[in-house]
Write a protein that binds this ligand. Sequence first.
Ligand SMILES: O=C(O)c1cc(C(=O)O)c2c(n1)C(=O)C(=O)c1cc(C(=O)O)[nH]c1-2
Length: 223
Amino acid sequence: MNPFEAELRAVPEQRYHHLHPFNLRMHAGELSREELRGWILNRFHYQRHIPIKDAHILAKLPTSDLRRTWLRRIQDHDGKAPGEGGIERWLRLGEAAGLDRKELLSGEGVLPGVRLAVDGYVNLCRHGSLLEAVAASLTELFAPDLMRTRIAAFEKHYPWIDAEGLRYFQIRVRQGRQDSGEALALVLGWARSRTDEERAVAALRFKCDVLWALLDAVDGAYR
Ligand SMILES: O=C(O)c1cc(C(=O)O)c2c(n1)C(=O)C(=O)c1cc(C(=O)O)[nH]c1-2
């Protein structure tokens, strides 16, 4: 592994949200129903902005091949037809946890800190360079393992959430592996100078902070 790849992989190892106290409590079965519902509702705000940040990236990609590949990400979330895709599956997760779909879609109850964190990510992808925007998505190198831990924790500790609700995570494990593999190859190929490498690492650190800040807000509000 070249030193730049090792540097990238080391960032989430130290700062990814799998280490956040809220996630540790989630995995240990210590969250109340209210806390878990609060997390699902606030994370929905993140989920529904993923295709928006991906559309900003899409607009920066210079070739048809690259745009075709990236378009798949938007379709993964929005689906190819109504009633399909990751956003719909997240709504079903909310319903399985006793939340109302209308409430989720209204955006009411989204915490100020969560809004700011998500804005930070979207703005990085909108105003930052292509390299920075794609590097920021590399937290997904770590997301599939976290999701597998989460699925097991939900099955063990939160059986009041209907198992159908876990489909989002089950499907996302494979999608996250594919997305992060593709993004890593692009970032490794695009970074030409030490300055490029430093900017990519900084963007990935920033993205870790986005996810951390989101959980800080949820942890503080519902405890
Ligand atoms: O539940 C999680 O822990 C988690 C983390 C991340 C991530 O690392 O950014 C993503 C997701 N989930 C996710 O579901 C998702 O669709 C996603 C897209 C992206 C991205 O940056 O493009 N990250 C993530």
